[in-house]
Design a protein around this ligand. Structure first.
Ligand code: E4P
Length: 224
């Protein structure tokens, strides 16, 4: 499963890239707003850091405006993928963009029927937001299972990006289902690495190793 980082923060992206686990980046208007910078400049910097897809979202809600915004975004860098919201006008825009060869990530997907339509109009990626279901006490991962089944039944090429990830179990479940990608906030990437038994194990090895170094020191001083 590919891992994207869900952030517009350059420091976080650099650190995750240095770990060697980042296959792409997703941003959204909320994440970009947090950075307090020009969006174009920010995207240029991010696209230079990561060779995989970098999603940038349109703000317009009308088809023609979305298409022209998408064309502008796609000129920023070769790896830009344009995020389009899952509304009627958005699907129409995806159809146009897909014919022009501009890559799209259809976002704010909350149902299998929406995902089916996104695939039919030629979306390259679909982003079902599972955490927002969990936030309202509904099982978000069911949506991933259903989309995976539908896409497999009809051999759709649209890749599933598990989005709105809140914790490591979301990634494990997504991988078990066979989702193509999970887009993960930096804090959750760090949680993925951590295990208390690993930390306890390291402490124990280091403590035991102290005995070995003591024996070595004793041997050296008695040989003198
Ligand atoms: C995905 O592309 C979105 O940027 C993101 O996952 C939204 O997550 P949120 O529900 O934490 O805002």
């Amino acid at each position: 499963m590919k891992i994207f980082i869900d952030t517009a923060n350059v420091r976080e992206i650099k650190e995750a890239v240095s770990m060697g686990i980042v296959d792409g980046v997703t941003t959204n208007p909320t994440l970009v707003a947090k950075e307090n910078r020009s969006m174009t400049e920010l995207l240029e910097e991010i696209c230079a850091l990561v060779s995989g897809p970098v999603s940038a979202e349109v703000i317009s809600l009308q088809t023609e405006e979305m298409v022209s915004e998408a064309r502008k975004l796609s000129r920023i860098a070769k790896n830009i993928v344009v995020k389009i919201p899952l509304i009627k006008e958005g699907l129409q825009a995806v159809r146009v963009l897909s014919r022009e060869g501009i890559k799209t990530n259809v976002t704010l997907c909350f149902s299998p029927s929406q995902a089916l339509l996104a695939a039919k109009v030629g979306a390259d990626f679909i982003s079902p937001f599972i955490g927002r279901f969990d936030d309202i006490s509904q099982e978000g991962m069911d949506l991933i299972r259903n989309i995976k089944l539908i896409y497999s039944n009809y051999n759709f090429k649209t890749e599933i990006i598990v989005a709105s990830v809140r914790n490591p179990m979301h990634i494990v479940e997504a991988a078990k289902i066979g989702a193509d990608i999970a887009t993960v906030p930096f804090a959750v990437i760090e949680q993925l690495i951590k295990h208390p038994l690993t930390d306890i194990g390291i402490q124990r090895f280091l403590k035991d190793w102290e005995k070995v170094s003591q024996i070595q020191t004793q041997k050296v001083s008695s040989a003198r």
